[in-house]
Design a protein around this ligand. Structure first.
Ligand SMILES: N[C@@H](CCC(=O)N[C@@H](CS)C(=O)NCC(=O)O)C(=O)O
Length: 278
């Protein structure tokens, strides 16, 4: 593991690290905040999955999670949003596909299937790596995410209810199979048969019988993507029909940016802590 940087913050350490991933067949950079803790102590883990165009750095610089994570004793992990590298196929002019747009799926289509395996990277390889290299108790993990990462958090929770104890999201893409900014990417990663996309669509996963204990979602009413890409009412309908408790806070006047996320981040950390430390 390469240590790119470490800095003391709120009594703990904010670090940025790089390792070779066999899942994505490239070097992956990620950020981890480890609060102050007793020697030998293992801490629960909150995963924060970022949105389109992001690396680990956006949330690390603007997410404002450290004070709450230190207070509650949670490790916060910020993975990258895609594989990267000269050998990784990409569309540099397209912000909704390729680098920065892995959509937390395991691609099946060429030439993407070798590298674009962010679902397995985030749910298997990086947790295992964390358990060995950090004071992380990976039997107590929660998910949180923004936009594309909100889609990641909710869909991963539905598919792995035994691995994660909490799932929350900021402005999640709840129907990526129909939203304009995700459908073309799913077609390139997974093929044009819409049946192969269902396994990565929160509302369709619920329709297909997947369940999670409860969801917590914040959504700004002034979000520029609210009606085209996000449509939280579809999640409300799906959860109501399935009997999944959903807290959906419509936040008056907030947009899609980290000004919105940082305002409510402490609530999400506290929400996860209550479930991970119960
Ligand atoms: N680049 C896009 C916007 C992309 C965007 O808003 N990305 C969100 C996630 S979906 C984000 O977190 N961007 C990085 C940031 O704000 O630091 C545009 O020009 O419309």
């Amino acid at each position: 593991m390469d240590i790119i940087s470490t800095a003391k913050a709120h009594g703990g350490v904010q670090g940025v690290y790089r390792h070779r991933s066999r899942t994505t067949d490239c070097d992956m950079t990620f950020a981890v905040f480890v609060p102050e803790h007793e020697a030998g102590e293992k801490l629960p883990v909150l995963w924060y999955l970022s949105g389109l165009t992001c690396t680990h750095q956006n949330a690390m610089d603007k997410g404002e999670y450290r004070r709450a994570a230190a207070e509650h004793g949670l490790i916060v992990v910020l993975p990258d949003t895609s594989p990267r590298g000269d050998h990784v196929p990409d569309e540099p002019d397209n912000w909704q596909f390729g680098s920065g747009a892995g959509f937390y799926v395991d691609a099946t289509q060429e030439p993407y299937a070798e590298n674009y395996r962010m679902y397995s990277y985030v749910t298997e390889e990086l947790p295992a790596y964390l358990a060995v290299n950090f004071p992380a108790d990976t039997s107590r993990m929660g998910l949180c995410g923004h936009s594309m990462g909100g889609h990641g958090a909710l869909s991963i929770a539905l598919k792995n209810p035994d691995l994660y104890r909490s799932a929350s999201a900021f402005a999640p893409i709840v129907r990526p199979t129909v939203a304009g900014w995700s459908k073309p990417a799913l077609e390139k990663y997974l093929g044009r048969d819409p049946r192969t996309h269902r396994a990565y669509d929160t509302c369709l996963l619920i329709e297909d019988g997947k369940r999670f204990a409860e969801f917590y979602v914040d959504q700004g009413t002034a979000d520029q993507f609210l009606e085209d890409g996000l449509r939280p009412q579809l999640l409300r309908d799906a959860c109501e029909k399935a009997g999944i408790p959903l807290t959906l806070n419509m936040r008056e006047g907030y947009d899609h940016s980290y000004n919105f996320i940082s305002t409510f981040m402490e609530d999400h950390v506290a929400y996860a802590a209550a479930r991970l430390k119960a």
